[in-house]
Design a protein around this ligand. Structure first.
Ligand SMILES: Nc1ncnc2c1ncn2[C@@H]1O[C@H](COP(=O)(O)OP(=O)(O)OP(=O)(O)O)[C@@H](O)[C@H]1O
Ligand code: SF4
Ligand SMILES: [Mg+2]
Length: 325
């Protein structure tokens, strides 16, 4: 595998002493697509924001995040690491032409002339498929269609050719067709620019289509991290298995069983494994000791009982059947 571009070690993010992200460690490799998945509240957005040095006000952060060896993330933002925001409309200023906004983004981090910045902005708009980019660069966001605005914010994230792009649910507000388009443009651009992509998503089909690896989070901790096809087809963490078994594609035409209950709130964690109350395999030390991530079958899995998790995807349903009613 290629070199690590971004490393996260023991990341903790707390509000009023209550940790929502609890000791998370992972690497992002050059040019890879790392999908970050998990239910609402798992800590995906907090982690994504931490990568950009943008944790919310009131949060206490500890641990280490290094991008090519530097931990001054705010200084690297826009240049070496960039965000593709969820909401394209609010990400663009209504009072400046789109091309001017991209050119300003270039000039904020690169020592280039106005003319050069302009040329880079137009080239970035052209790359994302804005027709007649030289002319359209002079238009304002409200003169762009929704799809074009979405492309423009992707162009904005890519214009300085960052090493890492972070996209937190970049398509949730869009219809299915538009979602696929945006993900495709994002994937193409990442490839063209040579950036790694950290893609926060609820959409397992997007993980399957675009991700090299998948990081599954549960209650602020790593549940499973490994090659996306392996994680999707042969999950080793009971949480991943349960999550997948509630999706039609993985249940393979059989009756779907929703994952029972909901994750514990950050302030109400049980003593042992945070998934224990919902896990069909919970027993013994699951209730007293939180599992640490360990190497299992070519990936990292945090579970005391990985040997008991059924391997083939075809067993997922039977596994889910064991769930308490
Ligand atoms: N500004 C905040 N103040 C206090 N607590 C917060 C704040 N932001 C997040 N949290 C806590 O951190 C937890 C994780 O939040 P985060 O936004 O990272 O979840 P998420 O995985 O992105 O969920 P979703 O899928 O709903 O976007 C939340 O459940 C909440 O308890
Ligand atoms: S540690 Fe125990 S409760 Fe937690 S996921 Fe593994 S088997 Fe389930
Ligand atoms: Mg979120």
């Amino acid at each position: 595998m290629s070199d690590v571009v971004l490393s996260v070690r023991d990341l903790r993010i707390a509000f009023d002493g209550v940790a929502a992200v609890r000791g998370l460690s992972f690497d992002v490799y050059e040019r890879e697509v790392l999908a970050v998945v998990g239910e609402s509240g798992a800590g995906k957005s907090l982690t994504a924001r931490a990568l950009l040095g943008m944790v919310p006000r009131g949060a206490t952060t500890s641990g280490q995040i290094r991008l090519r060896g530097s931990d001054d993330l705010a200084a690297l933002r826009g240049r070496r690491i960039a965000l593709v925001p969820q909401d394209a409309l609010s990400a663009l200023s209504p009072v400046h032409a789109v091309g001017d906004q991209l050119a300003a983004a270039v000039r904020s981090v690169q020592r280039v002339s106005r003319r050069q910045a302009r040329a880079l902005a137009v080239a970035a708009l052209d790359r994302v498929g804005i027709p007649d980019a030289g002319r359209r660069a002079r238009a304002y966001p409200h003169e762009f269609s929704g799809g074009m605005r979405q492309r423009a914010v992707i162009a904005m994230a890519m214009v300085n050719e960052p090493d890492v792009v972070v996209a937190d649910e970049p398509t949730t507000a869009l219809d299915t067709e538009r979602q696929e388009q945006v993900l495709r443009v994002l994937a193409e651009q990442r490839e063209a620019v040579g950036a790694a992509l950290v893609l926060v998503t609820h959409d397992m089909d997007a993980v399957r289509a675009h991700a090299d690896r998948a990081l599954v989070l549960y209650a602020g901790r790593l549940s499973e991290l490994g090659p996306a096809p392996d994680v999707l087809e042969r999950p080793r963490a009971p949480y991943t298995a349960s999550l997948l078994a509630s999706l039609p594609r993985y249940a393979r035409g059989r009756r779907l069983l929703a994952l029972p209950g909901s994750p514990p709130a950050p302030g109400a964690l049980p003593a042992g494994c945070a998934f224990a109350a919902r896990c069909p395999l919970a027993a013994g030390r699951c209730h007293t000791e939180e599992p640490e991530p360990a190497d299992v079958d070519g990936r990292l899995v945090a579970c005391h009982r990985t040997d008991d998790v059924p391997h083939p995807a075809t067993d997922l349903f039977d596994f889910q059947e064991k769930q308490p009613a």
